[in-house]
Design a protein around this ligand. Structure first.
Ligand code: PAF
Length: 287
């Protein structure tokens, strides 16, 4: 069955009220569209967790900086609908920015600790835009469950912190990062890559694989970082934005590993004008 398309907040509210009256639970999958297999896997995670699955498709202007790719971000709504239909999504919310946001908006949701690091340090205001739009979606849809991918690790950790600190009665489901067979992490921004850039971007997953082995064989944080940098440097097109090995609770850079420490190895690297991120979630050896 084709999903119901909700174009306005008013339509969304009416839909949610009807579902709630019928005693249905709701799982929300927030997206910015340009849906790929990674998003489809979020929908598949959501499907058994609630009666109704709602996908939002909204390229959120408030999370893009003035020099970022808001205008050229891929918009593929008709194809997105086909993905949602295939994944048995019940409703797709696709509002216009002027319906989502009042022109004189002045209230925001901001996470102030984890947002200081990694992408938050480079994309000023990005996570404020993400937290605000996700809070708005939570208020509109009042889901019991919301699914986010580990690909955007910092986003996921910040949204979990937001849910905890602001008492949203929502279970956040951490969904696995999905890769192409080549190892390239799926991302809507992969569409920007030339064939050569795409080929060279494999250094990201290759360096993370090497990092995983290095950490499990007892190498230090500094040695692991060096190894990652060396592998990325084999690509002449790669321009490193950051290589981080950080604690998964605080996102602070780890200088010395503790035993059994939960860490995040995260990368942001430009290939041409396209900035790709990738990461791996690791635990340091227990002994
Ligand atoms: O991950 C994304 O696509 C976006 O940041 C999100 C969570 C849909 C908010 O706009």
């Amino acid at each position: 069955m084709k999903p119901v398309v909700l174009r306005t907040k008013k339509a969304a509210r009416a839909y949610v009220t009807a579902q709630q009256k019928a005693g249905k639970t709701i799982a929300l999958v927030p997206t910015m569209g340009a849906l790929h297999e990674g998003h489809a896997s979020l929908m598949r995670q959501a499907r058994p967790k609630a009666d109704i699955v709602i996908v939002s498709v909204f390229v959120n202007p408030t999370q893009f900086g003035p020099n970022e790719d808001f205008a050229k971000y891929p918009r593929t709504f008709q194809d997105d609908l086909l993905v949602c239909e295939r994944e048995k999504v019940d409703a797709v919310f696709a509002p216009q920015p002027k319906d989502m946001y009042c022109g004189d908006r002045s209230a925001w949701v901001n996470e102030e600790s984890l947002s200081r690091f990694l992408c938050g340090a480079r994309r000023i205001g990005h996570f404020k835009g993400v937290c605000t739009v996700v809070s708005k979606l939570f208020n509109l849809f009042q889901p019991q469950v919301a699914c986010f991918g580990k690909k955007d690790a910092q986003q996921l950790l910040i949204l979990e912190r937001m849910v905890r600190d602001l008492d949203f009665p929502i279970k956040v489901v951490e969904c696995p990062l999905i890769r192409e067979k080549s190892g390239l992490a799926l991302s809507s921004r992969n569409k920007y890559l030339s064939p050569e850039e795409k080929k060279q971007a494999l250094v990201l997953s290759q360096s993370l694989k090497a990092a995983k082995e290095a950490v499990s064989s007892g190498k230090s944080a500094a040695e692991t970082k060096k190894l990652i940098a060396k592998i990325i440097a084999t690509s002449p097109l790669a321009k490193v934005d950051y290589i981080s090995i950080c604690d998964r609770e605080t996102l602070e850079e780890v200088k010395t590993f503790k035993k059994g420490q939960k860490i995040l190895v995260a990368l942001a690297v430009y290939f041409g004008t396209t900035r790709l991120i990738d990461n791996v979630w690791l635990t340091t050896p227990k002994k």
